[in-house]
Write a protein that binds this ligand. Structure first.
Ligand SMILES: [Zn+2]
Ligand SMILES: [Zn+2]
Length: 248
């Protein structure tokens, strides 16, 4: 079973850090995000961590939807998306759904640490995840102004630091505000996001790792990948916190 405690994050293995965290946990025990019990310095207690909805069933390497044989799914074979791979840490279910909401609207930075660890856990298990740059899903400037921060940027920063990869937050501009996509049929979503992004420089030959919080239909990530490929990207992989498995 996957866990958050034994990450390939060297910082977590530092014994002094561990001692400090042990001391802090006793001084300031944190409430578990899910059950409200004692969680030490982590966001969720061990019991709740064991029940997190990890996305670990065999799934299509391209779109991360479950397929029994773990091979590229029929839909990706028939109409290959512009991205080459997708890794998702969790299924978009309770309590990850609430964690992502907290990250988006409550600027809960402790939650972001936990979600970054989950992304790193998934990335460290991937056989062929290689990237030159990290790109967070950009927010439209209006939404950025309303919310004050971009949750994907928060996650990308953490992943970039741990993997020692440059995070290129300014590489793409989101020209269209494509909110309120929920409930839209896929065809309409695709139309809705068409031309939403602009890449401000050539990234010829670069392998790009795109970080996003939730992947639903994949229409937005596909448009982002299309834009990156047009700007010369050699490969585009998505690393997302959660994947919606049923169409919602
Ligand atoms: Zn708990
Ligand atoms: Zn697929």
């Amino acid at each position: 079973m996957k866990g958050l405690s034994n990450k390939a994050n060297a910082k977590l293995l530092d014994p002094w850090g561990r001692m400090r965290r042990g001391l802090l946990a006793r001084l300031w025990p944190q409430q578990c995000f899910v059950c409200g019990g004692r969680a030490g310095l982590t966001v969720v207690c061990q019991a709740c961590e064991d029940m997190l909805p990890w996305h670990d069933s065999p799934s299509c390497p391209v779109c991360a939807l479950p397929v029994p044989d773990g091979q590229t799914c029929g839909r990706c074979l028939k109409r290959p998306p512009h991205f080459d791979a997708t890794l998702a840490a969790f299924e978009y279910e309770h309590p990850v759904r609430e964690m992502i909401m907290a990250l988006k609207f409550g600027a809960a930075f402790t939650v972001s640490d936990m979600l970054i660890s989950a992304l790193l856990a998934v990335a460290s298990e991937a056989d062929d995840l290689s990237a030159d740059i990290i790109v967070p899903m950009p927010l439209h400037r209006q939404r950025m102004a309303e919310r004050g921060f971009n949750q994907s940027m928060e996650l990308a920063r953490g992943v970039g630091r741990a993997l020692d990869l440059p995070v290129r937050a300014q590489l793409l501009v989101r020209d269209a505000d494509t909110r309120h996509q929920a409930g839209m049929p896929l065809r309409q979503r695709i139309k809705n996001v068409r031309g939403a992004f602009r890449c401000v420089e050539s990234i010829a030959g670069k392998r790009v790792l795109v970080i996003d919080d939730v992947m639903t239909s994949g229409a937005t990530l596909n448009e982002l990948a299309r834009t990156l490929k047009l700007a010369g990207a050699a490969q585009v992989s998505n690393l997302v916190v959660a994947r919606t498995l049923r169409s919602k």
